[in-house]
Design a binder for this molecule. Sequence first.
Ligand SMILES: *Cc1c(COP(=O)(O)O)cnc(C)c1O
Length: 424
Amino acid sequence: MDTFLKKAITLDKTDHLAHFKNYFENDPAMIYLDGNSLGKLPLKTIETTSNIVNNQWGKRLIRSWNENWMDLSGDIAKKIAQIVGAQPDEIFVGDTTSINLYKLLFASLSIQKDKTEIITDDLNFPTDLYIIQGLINQQFKNHTLKVLKSENEIFMDDLKIKSSLNTKTAVITLSLVSYKSSFLYNMETVNNLAHKNNSLVIWDVSHAAGATTIKLNETNADMAVGCTYKYLNGGPGAPAFLYVRKDLQEKLNNPIWSWFAHKNPFDFDSNFVENPGIQKFAISTPSILSLGAIAPGLDVILEAGIKNLQTKSNNQSEFLIELIQHYLVPLGFKMVSPLNNKQRGSHIAIEHPESYRINLAMINPINKKEKVVIPDFRPPSFIRIGITPLYTTYLDLYEAVIRIVEIVKTKEYAAFSTTKLKVT
Ligand SMILES: *Cc1c(COP(=O)(O)O)cnc(C)c1O
């Protein structure tokens, strides 16, 4: 037997988290390696959402606001707080990552009128860059944006952050884990550098939460945003979250005044009085159906333990890197993600000139007896292989790599068009 196959089987056998894959909907004919984009469905979510629809909405109707729904967002905030290393009253759950970034960035710039520079980098997710561009274009017209250039869109040196900060820097906002290369910042280092410079930091932890250890309190982080439908398995378009450190909450204001940010929304007062706590960052009636669907996924993560998940993610990443170097590099693939565990999130990007069509061939095997393997493609030519330590097996990684070898060697990808689909 192939030594890598043997190793995969042994590692799965000794994996203490192996049973968690049974908590999720599973298709044995598919290997899912895209949990960093849309997490799998936890089986418990089917029951939870059906209860919300059939009983809470169907039977209890408006009475459910008091019985179940008004506390739902806070209950979920408590769970997320444990996953990102924060206090429950520092987390608000609702809206989307983009909207939450808009609110926090607007608030941060408004309290530092004498500082007119925003710093980010080219590793950041496009929506984050658009939010900054929009705020400068519409509201903060004297502000400028500095986009730090990474090394080959893969890696950022802390020294570059250090030398870019200056007396004009109001905010630095970065993705903790880069969606493309998987580069992972040292949160503490960046927070310290920014604080020494009297600048605020807003982290986007979307690509980290649920698979990477995040210590918002311990590293004295100011603010963060993140989504719940990736490693947190909250379901497509599930509400996002935001974090604001306790002592900053009184200084920052939500740019959108609305009734759920009001101190007493059900007094139906005609004048806005801002809620003093984290709830000030709310806007509207929570989306109960999708909010309720988040809880079961978070419970699985808390049961497995984020530290254990991080360890497994590192071990699986190391195994995958070995496979890539042994099988794929000789076929013309390049390893994109950093090799050091401390500088990498839970997905691995590889590059090949035919990445787009190889990715299509993996998802749509011509021979229907082959397993469907689902990674994703990111331009210009990256295949991202997402490791979700809750349900990815070592055998999945082995089989996926062997499948890529086959597709490249037989040129199976040549049967696919190079025209891009809507969602890649
Ligand atoms: C997925 C992701 C988002 C998504 O933003 P939405 O507003 O929820 O669509 C934002 N930022 C990062 C870093 C992401 O990975």
